[in-house]
Design a protein around this ligand. Sequence first.
Ligand code: URA
Ligand code: CA
Length: 433
Amino acid sequence: MRMVDLIAKKRDGHALTKDEINYMINGYTKEEIPDYQMSAMAMALYFQEMTTEERVALTMAMVESGDQVDLSDIEGIKVDKHSTGGVGDTTTLILAPLVASVGVPVAKMSGRGLGHTGGTIDKLESIEGFQVELTAEKFNQLVNDQKVAVIGQSGNLTPADKKLYGLRDVTATVNSIPLIASSIMSKKIASGADAIVLDVKTGSGAFMKELDDAKQLAKAMVDIGNGAGRNTIAVISDMNQPLGYAVGNALEIKEAIDTLRGQGPEDLYELCLTLGSQMVLLAKKADSLEEAREKLEESIASGKAIEKFKAFITSQGGDATVVDQPEKLPKAKHVFEVKAQKSGYVREIIADEIGTSASMLGAGRLTKDSVIDLAVGVVLQKKIGEVVNKGDVIVRIYSNQENVEEVEERIQQAYSITDQKVSVQPLIYDIIN
Ligand code: URA
Ligand code: CA
């Protein structure tokens, strides 16, 4: 086989076979196929269609290019959840203990954040003592005992994807639905889950700004997952404004605690119940979505969910007293109030700008090596559709810096307030399976 022939074949719109895709990805991972040939292939793939068989083959070739997490020692159907990324997305912190509390095993490998705010791992590290580095044995044992454990990324997972994603980034070939779908799904499948629930975001704060694109991406990922023998469904949810109120690491832990008690923001609660019900159903811990949802609601109402969160923290060495005494979480020195400059209705809250504001305070990483401040961030006081009066607090800023003028200005610009009543977008647009 020669790579040049495969490039020509794809350029002319023909489907590659599984063997050809394996040859290409193996060769590229081992550096036998150079970047310039892979660049040409990426561009051909960008312009030509890829069949579902090709997408599955590409995904599995990337999965097999490195280590795969083996969860076979864990009893039950392991369901993973993945979000395509948004601002203030606290769902993992809530879903992990919530679905575990009704018997679904959650073996979660999570990343640190780059950009807006930290990742789930960073957020958990705002709890004193919480350990995210566990041996595989300890991790499996915790999931068997507690039904839930979260570890940081380790091992050499999907090196082919890492290389190819980096190459696509500098060759204007990121924005291809089959390539994005294969890239994301390769990482999920290598993480070992039996079934996968995807939260695909759409709106101004999302990777997929348009609903149609989000639907296409969701369908592509679901087809790959199912094609690779992992039961997969996708929920398409709104990211036209940040999810919940809090954006920032310790602030989001507090928000997760509130939500697990049934006292959190409505949108965050609803999204968690929607995603959670799908996870419970895929794990075969309920016979219908309605039954799954009832179980989760009951777990929150009875306190089982919050107790599971405490047990989860304790089992990974963390100080679970923060759950009842959240004042023990890292605390910013200063709180500033951003006030509405006019009366009316909130029409828009540009999620990216709110994320950048939190990042400027120190909540997010600019580079992989940045040290983040777990205490800082912003908490929205008004969301889209709400009435505001001039002078009302719209956002609270939690900062360790004394001068936050620039951040205040950004937040003012992120909010638009209008005289007309605003109709709110739905939170859940579609379920794809
Ligand atoms: N995120 C990924 O992990 N891969 C892509 O290709 C795009 C976004
Ligand atoms: Ca939030």
